[in-house]
Design a protein around this ligand. Structure first.
Ligand SMILES: Nc1ncnc2c1ncn2[C@@H]1O[C@H](COP(=O)(O)OP(=O)(O)O)[C@@H](O)[C@H]1O
Ligand SMILES: [Mg+2]
Length: 412
């Protein structure tokens, strides 16, 4: 194995559950390797049972590595339970101490990415992780959420930025917030940063965009949040081809787990294409008639253009402006054939303070209803909560049943 054939890992989170000092030593040495520079790597003692405990109520990282010294039946039982708590896209690697072909087959059948037999070496370990993301059949690591307003000024940028910040801080997922409003974007202002105009180079030189260039265009905002800011100047004219943002989108998807696009309120070839190619679309609307019409047109058109993807989600913002007649949430839901993913009250004090100070809502009022809604949105859009609570309820019901019969209430 040549050292240069091992591709550097993307900006992913990896949690190792170890049972022996040998694996601890290998993982600790791997952590300082250059190919692991972008990885958030954590190690914790305890095998698969510890992993089950850890993720019963918490989001799972991109990769869970489990060392096991227990027999294969126990391992498989625990892995089945763990699978119920795993978020979509989480990969599992098992390090065992026996070269057991039937076990290997069982693990592969369950979707385990790799089975390594100890003793393992540092480069072999890194390579196994690297191949999860770099093999030709690997699914891109990134999930792209595009946020767009049904009208200008409805707060779509505010929601995009707070959503990105919440995914990074609360879900602990490495996130990039990309400002596609090149002439007027507010990413820099909203995060109180003066980042380089990352998106500009990608927009004017799309053919040169690749993984290395992406790293150069990102600027760190918080430990897990990076920005790709807009120039926000009128020195140039911003006419783009339909496909201008495809290379930057694809390159980001290869390397960052969560990508939030702040898409300006436009309907051009490129803006339509950016929306159509997203994993999730959020349409932000205020409760008036033009917003209702535009939101309906956007959601209907985009649903038709991507029949095999999730339907665009509606978010109502600036609801309850004093003395303003409004269209009710119920009427919106009826016209759009789905309830809003989140509703934000008009709160000029909270949003105005955040705006003026270049702060996120979580910094101004972490316990506010608005911040709770950003967290709910983040979980759904990163496909966290829904699946987990449904699966959990089946398991906890089972456990309660066992508990009532005098059995153990908790799986060992
Ligand atoms: N729920 C809200 N209550 C009060 N003001 C809000 C709310 N949401 C956003 N705003 C304010 O509305 C203004 C426009 O927001 P912005 O995110 O730039 O809109 P857009 O990107 O849709 O044009 C900003 O000053 C922002 O602080
Ligand atoms: Mg905007």
């Amino acid at each position: 194995m040549s050292e240069n054939t091992v591709a550097p890992l993307p900006h992913v989170a990896i949690q190792v559950f170890s049972e022996t000092s040998h694996v601890v030593a290998v993982v600790e040495e791997a952590a300082s390797d250059r190919r692991m520079a972008k990885v958030h790597l954590r190690i914790q003692a305890g095998g698969v049972a510890a992993a089950v405990e850890a993720y019963r109520d918490a989001p799972t990282p991109n990769v869970i590595v489990i060392e096991t010294t227990s027999d294969s039946r126990m391992l498989l039982e625990h892995l089945d339970e763990l699978a119920a708590y795993c978020d979509e896209g989480t990969r599992v690697v098992v390090i065992g101490h026996v070269n057991d072909v039937p076990l290997y087959r069982e693990l592969m059948r369950r979707g385990v990415s790799e089975y390594l037999v100890a003793p393992i070496n540092v480069l072999g370990f890194i390579q196994a992780l690297s191949e999860i993301f770099s093999s030709p059949t690997a699914k891109p690591v990134g999930r792209l959420i595009a946020v767009v307003g049904a009208k200008g000024g409805v707060g779509s940028s505010t929601i995009a930025h707070n959503l990105a910040s919440t995914i990074a801080t609360n879900l602990e997922v490495e996130t990039v917030c990309v400002d596609l409003d090149l002439p007027f974007g507010t990413v820099g202002l909203d995060f109180n940063q003066d980042p380089p105009q990352g998106i500009m180079e990608a927009a004017f030189d799309p053919d040169r965009v690749d993984a290395n260039m992406i790293e150069r265009l990102l600027s760190k905002c918080t430990p897990r949040l990076q920005l790709m800011a807009a120039p926000s100047s009128l020195d140039r004219i911003y006419d783009f081809g339909d496909q201008t943002f495809e290379p930057v989108t694809d390159a980001l998807r290869q390397t960052v787990p969560a990508i939030v696009f702040d898409v300006p309120h436009l309907w051009t070839g490129w803006s339509r294409n950016v929306l159509v190619r997203a994993d999730e679309i959020v349409v932000v609307a205020s409760p008036d008639l033009a917003n209702l019409r535009n939101a309906k047109n956007l959601i209907d058109t985009l649903t038709l253009a991507r029949p095999h993807d999730p339907k665009p989600r509606l978010v109502l913002n600036q609801v309850g402006v004093p003395k303003r007649p409004e269209i009710s949430s119920a009427e919106f839901s009826k016209a759009l054939d789905s309830p809003p993913l989140a509703t934000f009250a008009f709160d000029p004090n909270l949003f105005g303070t955040a705006n003026n100070n270049g702060q996120m809502i979580a910094e101004v009022q972490p316990k506010s209803k608005a911040q709770e809604s950003f967290l709910d949105m983040a979980k759904v859009l990163m496909s966290r909560q829904e699946a987990k609570s449904a699966k959990k309820s089946i398991l906890s019901a089972l456990r309660e049943k066992l508990g009532n019969r005098g059995g153990k209430s908790k799986a060992a």
